[in-house]
Design a protein around this ligand. Structure first.
Ligand SMILES: Cc1cc2nc3c(=O)[nH]c(=O)nc-3n(C[C@H](O)[C@H](O)[C@H](O)COP(=O)(O)OP(=O)(O)OC[C@H]3O[C@@H](n4cnc5c(N)ncnc54)[C@H](O)[C@@H]3O)c2cc1C
Length: 487
């Protein structure tokens, strides 16, 4: 039994994003004392929530929400009790935030409003955000304020490392964290709520759990490294939805910057001039580069599967495209690179060319040699693409947007890596937000919320993550606070 404690509270929340906010504010409103442990330094807390598009789901009716989530899960079924609680709570997000002084604004965003309009119950989807406009961390700013205006202590740069478990009862008694290189023992008199996000930055977990990607990077927080998964597994937790994620897309990742750069040319609604294709290591195209995936999934034989990303992939553009403006889509409404790193890409791409992020050659054959692709194959690919543009028909992949030939050189290549918004998997939780063991029994006094073990098993409706953070953050806090203190 742990004898020495450095800090204590009724409820210890691990991770300060949307789920951590919902759990800690709810626990506080119910009269509990709360400590939040946060890995990032002050100013970089907030995780993916800080840099998200800021939309959250508030469903229209419980019945339609049940139908829609059931359809989204498809053959990757989730227990009905979980779907029921999700649907009930997702209808209450606006009411809850309004009761705390929030100002929910319904978001009209036609291309991504309802992600799967043909599925039953899809009309339940209503997307909201706080503040004057979508994006720009506005909803996060409300969440941050709700925590900071309450006596909730946030210990920054204090990552949770391990859960402290009673030897015989297996109750979770607290958390061992680290601060300034030293262990900090934090007692949780009633319960611990894990809200420390996914494994977007843990390449070993990515290799082990995500389908089809040898590596993947993120446009979200660099601090989410799967710590909650390791901590929960160490005390006997089951895992679920580890193979599901909001990705992949194709983006630039360079060692100097922690998160990915999205390219103008690959954005489905942007049509910069000049020619652009993406090829795999065999020098051939492998997809409609401009297809708007459903958070990384594309239709294949009547099912939705993750976009194929044969690595390394290369974005190939001609001089007309290169000279039309920055290749990077620096529009700052969301994404860690834009919102937190604030990398300034040069207007004429010259800085990034000099850094070697963009490669240049006078001919397609010479460019092929620079990217280690067979020159004849790449030349044939470009010829085929230019023929498709002339015919107005991409027989290979059915692309219809930005149908411009790769015309005059010099030509340019940028390495594309698989990139994601966030993972969905983590410790399995039940309808009380308790983390459960493989046999379904709860680990006493251990709860979770958010993308760390989200409910989403297959298809994903945009804004579902933040909505779920709010919904299950409240559920977790209500059940944890209802416990009697162990000491
Ligand atoms: C670019 C982008 C756009 C998105 N847009 C939307 C959107 O519009 N709507 C939507 O619903 N979803 C969106 N998502 C997904 C959504 O942002 C996330 O799924 C959601 O924010 C997860 O919230 P969370 O509270 O579970 O985790 P996070 O918000 O990621 O917070 C986790 C926190 O835990 C901290 N942490 C990590 N490890 C530890 C540790 N060991 N100890 C203590 N703290 C730790 C992290 O630093 C972080 O502060 C987007 C994601 C991205 C990247």
């Amino acid at each position: 039994m742990q004898q020495h404690w450095d800090e204590e509270a009724d409820i210890v929340v691990v991770g300060f994003g949307a789920a951590g906010m919902a759990a800690s504010v709810t626990a506080h409103e119910l009269g509990a004392s709360v400590i939040i442990l946060e890995k990032a330094p002050e100013g970089e807390e907030g995780g993916n929530t800080r840099v998200a598009g800021q939309g959250y789901l508030n469903t229209a009716s419980v019945e339609s929400a049940i139908a829609y989530l059931t359809a989204l899960c498809g053959p990757f079924t989730v227990p009905e009790t979980m779907v029921q609680v999700w649907a009930e709570e997702m209808c209450l997000n606006n009411e809850w935030l309004t009761s705390l002084g929030g100002d929910p604004q319904e978001h009209q965003h036609p291309p991504v409003g309802i992600e799967f309009p043909d599925l039953p119950g899809a009309d339940c989807v209503h997307k909201f955000h706080d503040g004057p406009t979508y994006g720009y961390s506005y909803t996060w700013k409300l969440f941050e304020r709700l925590v900071k205006e309450r006596p909730i202590r946030v210990l920054y740069e204090t990552p949770g490392k391990a859960l402290i478990q009673h030897d015989t009862t297996k109750e979770i008694l607290g958390v061992r964290a680290m601060r300034n290189g030293k262990p900090v023992f934090v007692k949780a008199r009633k319960g611990v709520i894990l809200t420390c996000g996914g494994f977007e930055n843990n390449q070993e977990m990515i290799r082990n759990y995500l389908p089809g990607v040898p590596y993947c990077y993120t446009s979200g927080s660099p601090y989410n490294e799967g710590d909650g998964i390791t901590m929960a597994m160490s005390v006997g937790a089951d895992l679920w939805h580890m193979n599901n994620y909001a990705g992949p897309s194709m983006a630039l990742k360079v060692p100097e910057v922690r998160t990915t750069f999205s390219m103008q040319a690959l954005h489905y609604s942007k049509q910069p001039p000049g020619g652009m294709i993406v090829v795999g290591p065999d020098g051939r195209r492998f997809a409609d580069e401009k297809f708007k995936t459903r958070h990384g999934k594309v239709p294949v034989n009547g099912r939705w599967l993750p976009l194929a990303t044969p690595c390394p992939m290369w974005l190939i553009v001609d001089h007309a495209h290169f000279s039309a403006g920055p290749l990077y889509d620096s529009h700052p409404s969301h994404g860690w690179t834009q919102i937190v790193e604030k990398y300034e890409w040069s207007a004429d791409n010259s800085k990034e060319l000099a850094k070697g992020w963009i490669l240049r050659a006078d001919s397609i054959a010479a460019l092929a040699s620079r990217i280690d692709v067979d020159p004849q194959v790449l030349e044939a690919t470009v010829l085929r693409w230019n023929g498709a543009c002339a015919a107005g028909h991409d027989a290979e992949f059915g692309r219809t947007l930005m149908m411009a030939p790769i015309a005059a050189g010099p030509f340019y290549a940028v390495e594309m890596s698989p990139s994601m918004l966030n993972t969905q998997g983590g410790p399995r939780r039940n309808e009380k937000a308790e983390i459960v063991r493989p046999d379904g029994t709860p680990i006493p006094r251990l709860y979770s919320s958010g993308e760390l073990g989200s409910i989403y098993s297959y298809l994903y409706q945009g804004t579902g993550n933040l909505g779920e953070c709010l919904a299950f953050g409240r559920v977790a806090a209500r059940n944890a606070v209802a416990q009697s203190a162990w000491l």
